[in-house]
Design a protein around this ligand. Structure first.
Ligand SMILES: [Zn+2]
Length: 392
């Protein structure tokens, strides 16, 4: 495999290529934008441009030895860090550091085998202090091949919140303040507001905007081989983010991982608004008692589902791609006489739960509390008799 050319964001790429040619790129960058919009891919493209032996005004030459190695993620001076699940059986700092380095190697091998594969699972992931330390140690060494080295720190907001305060983040601060000569640090984040202000202030920020619908559908047709109709349907669900579009792609007959999470979110909404309280208890108990941080995607989709509920209540169809849920949402709206004006406070409850999910809370209690709150916000009237009684 070789990394494909970065798709879209042409003017951004041009500006970066020009800055690279003029050697005016800052030593510490923070690339932010919505999840799946291509931040890490852009960071990898920029890393290739920085390591390239003959970069031009359009970025990496794609032809030199460095470009070949970097394109295969085998360049010794390209270091890509991303959040990982906590390794099991790593009970000393040394063992943890080694286990994390092994897991990172495995994840890179998976990525090399299939760069378009996206994994969405509910396992909580972090950037650990051990990884931050290993990164800092590497950054203080000289590059192996050329004059430059690049460190990509993806999803930088996940710098181990469960570890003693912000030690992992602090381990990076000095490095960000004064990157060693020839060293570029590129952080990416979909939630830059959750980064330490001291990290934000030490980086030059770069926003990656969503792609147009046409750009996403063209990508899906040309790189994934989707038929026009399916490419348009998935494109409509993507919100301009290729990573999100890929998450909706099923394997064979199966649903895509994001479609699964969306269904789960709708199931939770159904449980919150079921006739009796049992459905909410059952839905909450179906979660594991640990790992609340894995719930963030689910809560994001729950918020989207609430948006569609509000649209349904005003008589507007749900967002493009979700029209199939029309009947389900209309039934809920009719049963409880839901008014669009009630939905924003329900969304706030989801937002509160999302913030709590970042901490060390029991997911069963968190979900149960949230479903209780949603019911309170959305059922300000008695259920209509005509539609009542169903447990959906
Ligand atoms: Zn090159």
């Amino acid at each position: 495999m070789t990394l494909h050319k970065h798709w879209g964001h042409e003017s951004l790429l041009q500006a970066l290529a020009r800055a690279r040619a003029e050697e005016s790129l800052p030593g510490a960058l923070l690339i932010h934008g919505t999840k799946g919009v291509g931040k890490q891919h852009l960071a990898l493209w920029l890393a290739r441009a920085l390591l390239c032996e003959a970069p031009g005004m359009s970025g990496p030459c794609e032809d030199c030895h460095s470009c070949h190695l970097a394109g295969k993620l085998e360049h010794p001076d390209l270091h890509w860090y991303f959040p990982l699940p906590r390794p099991k059986k790593a009970n000393t700092p040394e063992k943890l550091a080694q286990a994390l380095e092994d897991a990172r190697g495995e994840a890179l091998a998976d990525f090399r085998a299939d760069p378009l594969r996206v994994t969405f699972d509910s396992e909580p992931r972090s950037l650990y202090l051990a990884a931050a330390r290993s990164l800092r140690k590497k950054a203080q060494r000289r590059p192996s091949m050329g004059p430059s080295q690049v460190f990509i720190i993806a999803e930088a907001e996940s710098l181990a919140p469960q570890e003693s305060s912000s030690e992992a983040a602090n381990a990076l601060l000095k490095l960000l303040e004064e990157p060693p000569l020839g060293t570029t640090l590129i952080l990416t984040s979909a939630e830059p507001g959750r980064l330490l202000p001291t990290i934000r202030s030490r980086t030059t920020q770069l926003h990656v905007p969503p792609l147009s619908l046409g750009e996403v559908t063209d990508f899906l047709a040309s790189h994934v081989g989707l038929e026009k109709e399916e490419a348009s349907r998935i494109g409509a669900l993507s919100k301009g983010a290729i990573g999100r579009a890929l998450g909706f792609l099923g394997q064979g007959e199966g649903k895509g991982p994001l479609e699964e999470i969306r269904s789960h979110a709708l199931g939770l909404l159904g449980a919150a608004l079921a006739t009796g309280p049992d459905a909410a208890i059952q839905a909450a108990m179906a979660f594991k008692p640990v790992g609340a941080r894995g719930l963030r995607d689910l809560f994001n989709f729950l918020e989207e589902a609430l948006g569609d509920l509000a649209r349904t209540a005003t008589g507007t169809p749900p967002e493009a791609g979700y029209q199939g849920e029309n009947g389900f949402l209309r039934e809920i709206v009719e049963r409880w006489g839901i008014r669009p004006a009630w939905v924003p406070s329900a969304m706030e409850k989801v937002d509160e739960a999302r913030v709590m999910a970042a901490g060390n809370v029991n997911p069963q209690l968190l979900v149960f509390g949230l479903l209780h709150d949603l019911r309170k916000e959305l059922t300000r009237r008695e259920p209509s008799r005509k539609n009542g009684g169903s447990n959906e």
